[in-house]
Design a protein. Structure first.
Lengths: 426, 426, 426
């Protein structure tokens, strides 16, 4: 995962343009089933219109002394996203109105965009900005805002191994330039999850996985697929900020009461223990769209350090040093366990009345092999399997991880002592 | 409000009689739409019968030394309410059985009534009682218990500005003689609320406001209007003890789960913070009748120092010094805010799917003028407006006062981004 | 109760056999209406089969020196329950595989059974075991496993004094040999409850009381009566471990939400205050069967020191010294109060609208005699009697014991101010 992040890091992504396509093609190399899709600029989607495609070739400032500053080719954060073309000579005073820096983080280049209001600008470290000499500056941005362009995204469907399966939805974004936790951690962890899902022998759910530009991409995707998603999706996660090692966190759905919320919290409690539980008021990524009224998809977020909640966020300091193989693995593990739990969270009904005579089934303590479920777990899973108490709810009462109890449930089902009840309704 | 209380203070009110009528006429002067109504003595109302009208002209005791004591004309608390007429000479020992005083509050005259058991009596300070010389006393009560009398009350209907509106019910009582917090604070604050309600350009609810004698008046009113009230009333407050400055308090409805309870607590939390939350077991005023089984009106109480919970209660010390313009204003503000919240507590549905592009509506941060709702509030109100989450519930989640969020909701509704859903059902 | 326990103590009970029959006959002497029933060995009951009847006549070991050890006739715990017959000479080493003792309780004889796996064995104190000299031992168990035998139990039905009454179910077990808290406390307290129930002038419920061998007896009984029980039983208790003085405890039903749970906790809170609240995960007696999915009987447990939670459990130290008349009385009182509460827990509706004029009914404070319900309780019971709030729920709100409030409710019902609503649905 970290190597893929390294490969993707330098690409100058935005919500449209060649950087997104290049990123998607690399992801497709990893998961060939990924379908690359696009919609033309100007397409209406709910309250929005797909903007022109932004083509950025070069950008820099030439100082009065001839020094070349804020070079896009050195760091793609130097140019304000969606800057219109400019090529002119202006005074330092006029230039200042187009510069962005962070006085409190004097060495970091901030990340600034202006997708829907035409302007241009440069981002640079506050230290560099403060050392600019007076005089006239040459500013050059070689960009095009192409009304005949397009917005690109990737969609991957991993079908269930059973018929008429509901769907689990995973979404991640591919629209930030060179940033690591708040960009690349999402797609690389999601690609790893997709590979793992593809090789599973059984899937109770179909998995729909999208790699989209944030906000406008989510809105485009929803505008084209809403009826299907509302009918099919029973759980989902927005995969964002899953790459550093500092913490784990969770952001709920609008009402915090979906199976996605329950599973996310269960996994965090049993796998991590200590984590940050945010409010829906702290939302900021595509969960905003997925949880909008009328959209109502059960999409929660499992994260490491959340967007907006760490100092390097949206600066050049959110780089490959901030994330790590261990950080990405932690994010992957959490999401993988959540999917494992969703698959395992069946509702069973005991097939015999009263406790069964376990010895008849070779399940009595004396017959137990190492690694077999504990007889107590077997009896407790049986005791609560009344056709309306899900395995997740049983796990809660037993204060055990669902993924452990699933073994007991499988053992009992194999012995014919449990039968599965109709599929989970959220 | 305080001046009106001063004017009303000396009037000798009881549950019937000229004092009530005189009080109602003064209130009618303030709010000419107030309708004065009456029912004859002897009228059956549920388990009760309207008692004879009590006409009290004078009352006093003449001591053996000729001193005139416990003079009704000096303080109308000196005579036990509903005393039958008496004019005779008795020993001090016999008189004692008809005297009421408070050993623990030796300077206060207690308030005593005997509406349904025929007797007579005098109230005086314990200090005065203890100084009574031995000998024979002349006792004189010039009263009539008029079986052909009536019970009076006032009813004010302030219609909604829309058709088919549900009602909000306000009740206060006019039956105690010269007492201030536990009597006059109620009608003077209620009159001020009525004046404010009358001049509102829009009212989503009809307001039904009654000025009645406590207990028997409420029972009379309910017996004559129950079917209508049960069908129409969605919220209500009993207005009592709203005049001092010592505290704020709340007494819930029978089950504590009505919109009146929710609004009352919301206002107290955001406006006052620190207040006394009573139990329905602490009830004592007309909320007893409004919340009786089968009556089931959603009537809660917002108070300052609650009846029975302050030492001056039901004594001559509950006088104009106990209440104050500031105390009355605090009571008024609480009830006014509650009515504002009830009016504002609509349920909305977002009209566009996903977040709207706020800049299209001039609502983006850069376009914000001082006093405009915060963009974050706009987005949060939108995010929860799913047609089933009321503005009160949204306010709870945002931990903000509903009256603040109402501005954001109005702005969004004006921009066409929210539409109102069918009226609140409690 | 203690005397009956003394009489029953020496009898060698098991899940079948003469010891159970002898025990049931003594209980029948106390309650002649107790019906003795049986099912043949080999009967199928759900997942189980009734085992052969175990006839045990004698058992002992003869040491190399001729000493007679582990004599069944001295203590019936010395032989492993359901031991097959044996009569042979074996070395100490081979004997050890058939011996059971408790190193941590060196003076106690443990209680061991092997109902469904054929074997034989002896139980003895660890001290005795460690002093066994080397050499050959004669082991003798004079037992029969009679395939043509039977399983016995007792059933007592105490009918309601009204027609079409739902049932309350009490279950206790009679299958342990000489043990006191975890055996005899159950039947002797249950017999005392039955006697008390029989002499009640009115019973709103029919009481079904069973004395059965644990587990297999409960399964047999359920397999023969399940349809009736599921339709009729609204509450129930498993009566076990109610004889010592150390603590009080409660073990809930599967979901902990039945009226049995509510009543049990109410009684414990108001009668005992400090008690141990177990989880359903701590179950271990016949509540396992009664609460199994598909059985779903509302059977909770009120206990003193719970099975498995005291050191003497399942050893010879659980003897007549462990229980006491006071301990048994405490267990009896708790269950009796629970049944009193179940009988009293009606739901009422006030017959008059608004508060009644209490003086008309002689219920006004001035008319109160010592022991009469307090006027405040009368008014509070009236105020909550809305046809949907049970007396138990009212008791909770008033923080008073239901058995106290029942007096107020009865007074009001006698005065015609309350009418009972349709019977409690759980």
């Amino acid at each position: 995962m970290y190597a893929l992040a390294e490969e993707l890091f330098p690409i100058p992504r935005s919500i449209t343009g060649e950087g997104v396509r290049q990123t998607l093609r690399i992801l497709q190399r990893e998961v060939p089933e990924l379908a690359l899709k696009s919609v033309p600029s100007g397409t209406k989607c709910f309250d929005w219109t797909v903007p022109p495609e932004w083509i950025i070739r070069d950008a820099y400032i030439v100082a009065p002394d001839g020094a070349k500053l804020a070079q896009f080719k050195r760091h793609n954060l130097h140019v304000v996203g969606y800057s219109e073309p400019v090529d002119r000579r202006i005074s330092l005073a006029d230039l200042q109105a187009h510069l962005h820096s962070l006085p409190e983080q004097p060495d970091a280049i901030p990340y600034v965009t202006s997708y829907y209001k035409r302007t241009w600008g440069f981002c640079l470290s506050d230290r560099e900005r403060n050392s600019l000499p007076g005089g006239d500056y040459q500013v050059k941005i070689d960009s095009v805002l192409d009304e005949a362009g397009q917005l690109d995204y990737g969609e991957l469907v991993i079908p269930a191994t059973v018929a008429d399966a509901p769907e689990i939805f995973l979404s991640t974004y591919v629209c930030h330039p060179s940033m690591a936790n708040n960009e690349l951690s999402g797609p690389v962890v999601t690609v790893a999850l997709a590979k793992w899902l593809q090789q599973l022998p059984e899937r109770r759910f179909t998995y729909r996985v999208v790699f989209i530009p944030e906000t406008i991409g989510a809105i485009v995707y929803l505008s084209q697929n809403l009826d299907h998603l509302k009918q099919a999706v029973v759980a989902g996660f927005n995969v964002s900020c899953v790459g550093d090692e500092r913490t784990y966190s969770y952001l709920p759905t609008r009402h915090g009461d979906t199976i996605s919320d329950q599973i996310a919290q269960h996994v965090l409690q049993h796998k991590v223990g200590d984590y940050v539980c945010y409010s829906f008021l702290d939302r900021g990524s595509d969960e905003r769209q997925y949880n909008a009224p009328g959209v109502d998809l059960p999409v929660a977020s499992l994260m490491r350090s959340k967007f907006g909640a760490y100092p390097e966020y949206h600066t050049s300091d959110d780089n490959l040093d901030l994330i790590s193989p261990g950080g990405l693995q932690g994010g992957f593990d959490l999401l993988q366990l959540s999917l494992i739990c969703l698959e395992a969270n069946r509702t069973y009904r005991a097939t015999v009345l009263c406790e069964p005579q376990l010895s008849k089934y070779g399940l009595y303590p004396t017959a137990r092999k190492k690694g077999d479920p504990k007889p107590k777990d077997l009896l407790n899973v049986l005791a609560y399997s009344d056709g309306r108490t899900s395995l997740l709810e049983i796990a809660r009462r037993l204060e055990q991880p669902l993924w452990q109890l699933a073994k007991a449930a499988n053992t009992l089902a194999s012995a014919g002592l449990l039968e599965e009840c109709p599929p989970m309704e959220n």
